[in-house]
Design a binder for this molecule. Structure first.
Ligand code: LLP
Length: 431
């Protein structure tokens, strides 16, 4: 997070909290979210993308507190499941500010969203349109919808988090014609209030080219819709996916630059298709909560492995791993890390930070130079852990999920408490 520093004693301090104190107070592993950092990134988006609707993507990290911060910062919220809707509402996010996503929403989720008055339902298939109409008829309400489209963009990111090429599960294809059919279908429905088009091309993206193509194709689709119906669609949602720096190799653009680029692209395409500028939305998740979070681990064992050619690598085992951050094993995601409890002048050595799970792929940081005197009891801080770490955590090997705490001006507040073995044991109701 912004403002992180090492104090005179060599301890890393985040949001006024020395991480050594955090470890003593909370144990390890623990995720710490810097409240001021989260809020300032939310504000950066609001200010840079002035006039746009900013949906925080709750899948990246959602707790009641986080929902409250988002609400207080004037953001809306992207939710995908009953659980995300429930937490968002419990945190005080007004239902009207929610957009419900998902390629396989259950009837229960659809009906709950309608009953609560969720602001937008982003429809993803013809089946869903039918089910939504039935639910509207039963409840006597009209649903406000966007149609999720597949723009055919090959986003430059890991395959599992690219979502706009043709051969994947999300959206209705522009190229195949289903997107236009779905828009016309929603437009002519007495149960649906069609507001516009939704596109999300993928996640952890640094280049604007993919967005440019997506904007061009969605604007073209909107103009075809206008030709077919005589109606101009009032909204365009461009999804999330803005990349953050996990290591020094990642170079994200400042939010103001990103916003300027988006403004220009939208303006250009609207002009090209002779369209009025629609109400625009984006859905950043990672870019708001990712850099605000740090994961803190304690070193349990240190082992040196001899490699070919006389080299060696130090395996530093910490007390967490793939259960609290699956991203390195799932997407070959890279992270950086540092000893957080002391300064060291020891020669840096090629190290690999690994977890405690029973898999060779249980790696948190594949390659990192740590001081050669890294030892049992040291704390390792991993930045960029605010997004998709706790939200994708598991109980693999029956480990308990770490807590998520917020910190502000040196004060630590628990958002999600640490799971206990009792929690795990209570779920196991067999004989
Ligand atoms: N909007 C929609 C419709 C999405 O599906 C997503 C992410 C977002 C917004 C937010 O994307 P962001 O700004 O956070 O990149 N678990 C993966 C990321 C999967 C993202 C899925 N959808 C990871 O850890 O990298």
């Amino acid at each position: 997070p912004r403002g992180t520093f090492r104090d005179e004693a060599g301890r890393v301090v985040v949001a006024g909290v020395p991480l050594t104190e955090l470890a003593e107070q909370q144990g390890t592993p623990t995720y710490l979210i810097d409240e001021a950092d989260f809020r300032s990134r939310a504000r950066d988006f609001r200010e840079a993308f002035s006039g746009w609707q900013i949906y925080y993507a709750g899948k990246a990290l959602l707790t009641r507190t986080v929902a409250r911060w988002a609400a207080e910062e004037g953001l809306k919220l992207d939710v995908t499941t009953m659980g995300e809707m429930r937490i968002a509402l419990a945190g005080g996010m007004p239902a009207a500010r929610l957009a419900l996503h998902g390629n396989n929403k259950s009837d229960e989720e659809i009906r709950f969203a309608l009953a609560e008055g969720v602001g937008r339902i982003v429809v993803d298939s013809f089946d869903e349109i039918e089910r939504l109409e039935r639910a509207c008829a039963d409840l006597g309400v009209k649903a406000t919808v966007l149609v999720r489209v597949t723009t055919g963009v090959e986003a430059h990111t890991h395959e599992y988090i690219a979502t706009a090429h043709e051969d994947q599960k999300f959206g209705l294809s522009i190229m195949g014609g289903q997107a236009l059919t779905a828009l016309v279908r929603c437009h002519s429905s007495q149960y649906l209030d069609l507001r516009g088009i939704h596109s999300h091309i993928g996640s952890q993206i640094f280049e604007t080219l993919g967005f440019e193509v997506a904007i061009r194709r969605t604007c073209k689709l909107a103009s075809q819709f206008r030709t077919a119906t005589g109606v101009e669609l009032p909204e365009l949602d461009l999804g999330g996916g803005f990349g953050i720096a996990y290591t020094s190799a990642d170079q994200p653009r400042p939010t103001t630059e990103l916003a300027a680029a988006f403004e220009e692209m939208v303006e250009h395409e609207c002009r090209a298709f002779d369209m009025a500028r629609p109400t625009l939305s984006i859905e950043p998740g990672r870019a708001i909560c990712g850099p605000s979070g740090v994961a803190l681990y304690r070193v349990g064992t240190v082992k040196t492995v001899e490699l070919e050619g006389g080299r060696s690598r130090v395996y530093v085992s910490v007390d967490g791993g793939m259960s609290d951050n699956i991203r390195p094993s799932l997407y070959a995601a890279e992270y950086s890390g540092a000893i957080a409890n002391r300064r060291s002048s020891a020669e840096p050595v090629l190290s690999r930070v690994v977890g405690k799970h029973c898999e060779g792929g249980d790696i948190l940081i594949r390659d990192v130079f740590l001081p050669g005197d890294v030892a049992i009891g040291d704390l390792i801080a991993v930045p960029g852990s605010g997004a998709y770490s706790r939200s994708m955590a598991s109980n693999y090997n029956q480990v308990t999920k770490p807590p998520v705490v917020s910190a502000k001006d040196g004060v630590v507040t628990t958002m999600l408490r640490r799971e206990t073995l009792d929690d795990l044991m209570r779920l196991d109701v067999g004989q």
